[in-house]
Design a protein around this ligand. Sequence first.
Ligand code: GLU
Length: 303
Amino acid sequence: MDTAAILAEIHAELSAREDRGRVADYIPELARVDPAQFALSVVLADGSQHSVGDARVPFSIQSISKVFTLAIALGRLGDRLWARVGREPSGHAFNSILQLEGEGGRPRNPFINAGAIVVTDAILAGHQPKELLGELLRFIRDAAGDDDIHINARVARSETRTGHRNFALAHFMRAHGNLENPPDLTLGAYFHQCAIEMTCDQLARAGRFLIGAGGGPRLVSPGRVRRINALMMMCGHYDGSGEFAYRVGLPGKSGVGGGILAVAPGRAAIAAWSPGLNAQGNSKLGTEAVEMLARRMGWSVFG
Ligand code: GLU
């Protein structure tokens, strides 16, 4: 069966699902999103793209933005970044403050909120948030080959008003000397990066730089592609990362907007979107869709 037929089959099967999880409501703007939406898009290494469902509806990429800021940070700071953030799975919720206390304000990895705030702080150094956000949008637009990608200011404002846990994390790290900028400044940039909106079609295309083996634009070196994929595999789904690796077998990064970006190295970039989340804050139907696709295509980094 070809890729388009497999996607159509997955779409038909998942359309019948009644339990779609719960839409994130701790960011009020996200609570307004219609949970009935679903999309899946795949870009193969040869550049061909196949999509089903609401693949042209923009959604809030939220934590998927952390993949792009990490790529920029590694380009700018190289291995110096690792003095401030680790590379281990956390086994804790995305917004947990628990480990920070015991580990001196150095977050476990760049994909939990605390780690992503440090990464944003690191690339903010000496720049205004506007400049950083401009650079980030340029990176994502280049990766996707599409200039029609923007920040939703309402979502950013909504999270700025309610993001008390992120303020707590930032202040805590500042107290430990692991935040160089005032927390308000770093979080202003962080909330806006999370509020970038993309369609599933755009996100799959933006993921091509992670396919490696000449499968997309070369925005970072092949060695970095491998390392970013390793981090996505170990840490991309918070305390659901082990489950995602077990079920899907591919590196992936989720966001509370219900998006998932996954990579089949050497073969494809995959984007899935469905706003309802599971208990770990990862898209319920999105995870199922990527799992079904990986299984039917025979894609797994584990053989
Ligand atoms: N902006 C969200 C937060 O910081 C991102 C979380 C996520 O997508 O997992 O809470």
